[in-house]
Design a protein around this ligand. Structure first.
Ligand code: UGA
Length: 437
């Protein structure tokens, strides 16, 4: 990143969720005045008082450091007055039909006044064709507003770093001042910039997430075949990943992907294709493999414990991945319900996500520490690979339990160490000492 300029264009950011706040803080760090707008008055009041509503490493610090350039309001007035580019970072959750819910996006579009000096810059993930229909609305209303698609590729838990060191910045526009202005904003990051048309930019986002999800379901199926054959998926992924064309990332087998993006975007792309008559066969399999993968843990428990009725099962980690409190589509949601459905009693521990989890998980006991969750349990399932679980005193843990089974849903614990401590250790796609099958 080159040096911060004090002379940079001010911007507006509409929506102060994790994408909006990270974008706002990131551009403030690069020297822009940023006018943040949200309809949630409580959230805006909190942000004005210095309270950051989400748990994202480095974000609170970045916001505090650049406070003087960050302005928060429930009103669009200041953003429209000071900024030409208005970044849109509102939610686009899935609807019942699997299509994206664009009501928040449409509300933003509807709130824009006639203007030929402003542009909307879409950060939210939207179906291909959304930009075209918004441009049509602007044209019909004679608003003169410009439109740019600039999808976000931030990962929760490393969003600040991803903003400041992006692999690429994708800018889709119709070839006027707005695309150039967005490119100028990102220029100090020295990232490859992909200038393209709006529809292609929209598709880059959906296709990237669908491809990454496919990579995960693929390695999970390889892991399942490894369990049948006695091969070790960790070794297989290592061998595959050294091929430049494959790459080592997103080849960690586990109990499925979750989060607010992959499940939603894979379904949205499948629906988008289906709506125009194309049957996206591969994505059906990606989704189904992911659903089954969450449930395979139950069979692993039953293999050792028999019936789960009355068994005490401890889930370590609840968030959909470490370094976030996000529980959306977390594998723990399916797992905790399935276990209770099979008659087990479930105790859970997560270092950060407990508050969010309490809103979604019923019938379980929340433990204040990993050691308390495992004491007296028949089995442990490691659901989220929080770093602190590597520090767990395995010998003390197994001694405190009623049983000795550890199912490592993320291949996170050292198998040798777990077995040396006295655990019966089961992983995902790794040979089991009790017979490969
Ligand atoms: C994902 C993408 O990685 C971002 O590029 C994108 O911007 C974002 O969605 C979005 O569309 O907003 P995120 O959902 O934060 O980011 O999480 P990831 O780190 O990608 O992990 C997703 C899930 O895949 C997690 O449940 C994780 O445990 C799982 N995963 C990931 C695996 O099971 N195996 C892997 O090898 C990698």
């Amino acid at each position: 990143m080159s040096s911060v300029s004090s002379n940079r264009a001010p911007i507006g950011v509409i929506g102060t969720g994790y994408v909006g706040l990270v974008t706002a803080a990131g551009f403030a760090a690069l020297g822009s005045d940023v006018y943040c707008v949200d309809i949630d008055a409580e959230k805006i009041a909190g942000l004005r008082a210095g309270r950051v509503p989400i748990w994202e490493p480095g974000l609170a610090e970045l916001i505090a450091e650049h406070r003087e350039r960050l302005h928060f309001s429930t009103d669009l007035g200041a953003a429209l007055e000071h900024a030409r580019l208005l970044f849109v970072a509102v939610g686009t959750p899935p609807t019942y039909s699997g299509d994206a819910d664009l009501s928040a996006v449409h509300a933003v579009v509807g709130a824009m006044p006639p203007s030929d000096r402003h542009a909307l810059v879409m950060k939210s993930t939207v179906p291909v064709g959304t930009g075209e229909s918004i441009e049509r609305v602007f044209a019909e209303q004679g608003k003169g507003f410009r439109y740019v698609s600039c999808p976000e590729f931030l990962k929760e838990g490393s969003a600040v770093k991803d903003f400041l060191e992006p692999d690429r910045v994708v800018i889709g526009d119709s070839g006027d001042w707005a695309g150039d202005a967005v490119e100028a904003l990102y220029a100090p990051l020295d990232a490859p910039i992909v200038r393209t048309d709006v529809k292609s930019a929209e598709m880059v986002k959906l296709a990237s997430n669908a491809f990454l999800a496919t990579k995960i379901s693929f390695i999970n199926e390889i892991a399942n075949v490894c369990e049948e054959t006695g091969a070790d998926v960790v070794e297989v992924a290592r061998g595959m990943g050294l091929d430049d064309r494959i790459g080592p990332k997103f080849l960690q087998a586990g109990i499925g992907f979750g989060g607010s993006c992959f499940p939603k975007d894979v379904t949205a792309l499948k629906q988008l294709a289906g709506n125009s008559g194309y049957h996206f066969q591969l994505l059906n399999a990606v989704i189904e493999v992911n659903e089954l993968q969450k449930r395979r843990v139950i069979a692993k428990l039953q293999k050792h414990l028999g019936s789960l009725v009355g068994k005490e099962i401890a889930l370590l980690g609840l968030a959909f991945k470490p370094n976030t409190d996000d529980m959306r589509e977390a594998s723990s949601l399916v797992l905790s319900s399935r276990l209770q459905g099979a008659g087990a009693r479930v105790r859970v521990y997560d270092p950060v996500a407990e508050e969010e989890a309490r809103k979604l998980i019923r019938g379980v006991v929340f433990a204040p520490a990993a050691t308390e969750a495992v004491a007296g349990a028949d089995a442990i399932v490691l659901v989220t690979e929080w770093p602190e679980f590597r520090e767990l005193d395995l010998a003390a843990a197994v001694q405190s339990m009623r049983g000795t089974l550890l199912v490592d849903g993320r291949n996170f614990i050292d198998p040798e160490a777990a077995r040396a401590a006295g655990f019966v250790y089961e992983a995902i796609g790794r040979p089991s000492p009790h017979g490969a099958r």
